[in-house]
Design a protein around this ligand. Structure first.
Ligand code: ADP
Ligand code: MG
Length: 353
């Protein structure tokens, strides 16, 4: 009993730290030992190898009830998405994904056919992005399903893009549109609530196809990596948008020791996303959704100003702002020219700029 009390005294709740502080804390004291560890913890992939071609490694887990809800996640889509999110991290390093390993933990609630469906999704994503499934692990779970995808990729040393390379006056670019995946999740959650109240209810998802696809079946932007290559553009820094634009911008600013200004009217938001926001009872703002929604798997990158002419011709790339001094922090500039400090969740208003 005494022992237990002692243990409880030194106890820190996970909720006190949050994800990023937890990773920082548990990875303290693991400084790379090997000469071939070029980049360890802290970017979208680890970078390994002594030759000009570097190996990229990344791993991502999806847990039932946390990262997906079985009530509205088709199994094929789950398999596809688990692979897509992992490949997206290789794209974020300006690399090419080559192989994946897939590990699953399944409870007996799942049939063999159900697991086959997941693997049909895995196969489709492998086919689409030309990657090989080369291994994995299978184990049982007492509750729910967990799927982990590890990806191996490659990039030439001079093409690698880290979160840390942004320079003062670089232009900030993002691909596709933002907030649509979260809008898709909001629609699915709304239908789930209605269905729970009345199991005879048939969800009507007409007109939401785009946002639903964005949430259920995201695509890694390897097409953009190819366009950048063709145009001989190497971004100065890059990250993929998994947690939301605000959070990713803060990562780039922290790692590159800089600030940034992004312009509200330049953020790409699809009309379906705006419509979903207006339907929500809490009157969600599309801009808040774009900044904090997450799971878009778009690319956020910076380029030298000299690459502006080449970059602006690439379809699907939007220039949303520029890099500033560290002291001016990461800010959103509204159409009224008010500067708002970005925080990882939501934002805090401050004086005009
Ligand atoms: P991303 O959103 O790009 O997948 P994360 O925020 O999950 O990246 O992780 C940030 C960094 O921390 C990455 O370099 C990742 O490899 C590392 N990391 C995350 N969790 C752990 C862990 N449990 N142990 C060691 N490294 C970790
Ligand atoms: Mg990432």
């Amino acid at each position: 009993m005494e022992e237990l009390e002692y243990a409880e005294e030194g106890r820190t709740e996970l909720s006190q730290l949050g994800e990023f502080a937890l990773i920082d804390r548990i990875t303290q004291g693991f400084a790379p030992r090997s000469k071939s560890t070029i980049k360890g913890i802290g970017d979208d992939c680890a970078v390994i190898g002594n030759s000009r071609q570097k190996l990229l490694l990344t791993t991502d887990t999806m847990a039932e009830g946390v990262n997906f809800d079985m009530m509205y996640t088709p199994l094929k889509h789950l398999g596809y998405k688990a692979v897509a999110r992992s490949l997206s991290n290789v794209a974020a390093m300006n690399g090419r994904p080559l192989q994946i390993l897939v590990s699953i933990a399944v409870s007996n609630r799942y049939s063999v056919e159900a697991i086959e469906q997941i693997y049909e999704g895995v196969r489709r994503c492998c086919d689409r992005y030309d990657v090989d499934l080369v291994g994995g692990d299978t184990t049982s779970s007492r509750s729910g399903l967990v799927i982990t995808v590890t990806t191996v990729g490659m990039a030439e040393e001079e093409k690698l893009t880290y979160r840390s390379g942004a320079h003062l006056h670089d232009l900030i670019c993002c691909t596709g549109d933002l907030g649509s995946a979260y809008a898709g999740l909001l629609v699915l959650e709304r239908e789930k609530v209605t269905f729970k109240a009345d199991p005879t209810f048939q969800p009507d998802l007409d007109g939401y196809d785009y946002v639903l696809e964005r949430y259920l079946k995201p695509e890694p932007r390897l097409d953009i990596i190819n366009r950048l290559r063709e145009n001989e553009i190497v971004p100065t820094s890059m990250i993929d948008v998994s947690d939301g634009l605000a959070s990713e911008l803060l990562h780039i600013c922290k790692e590159s020791n800089c600030g940034c200004d992004i312009y509200e009217e330049r953020l790409p938001i699809d009309y379906q996303t705006t419509r979903v926001c207006s339907e929500m009872s809490n009157n969600m703002l599309p801009i808040s959704n774009a900044l904090n929604g997450g799971e878009d798997y778009e690319l956020l990158f910076t380029i030298a100003q000299s690459d502006y002419e080449k970059t602006k011709t690439i379809e699907g790339v939007h220039i949303i702002g520029h890099i500033t001094e560290a002291a001016s922090k990461a800010r959103l500039i509204t159409p009224q020219n008010t500067a708002i400090d970005l925080v990882a969740q939501g934002w805090v208003a401050k004086d005009d700029k």
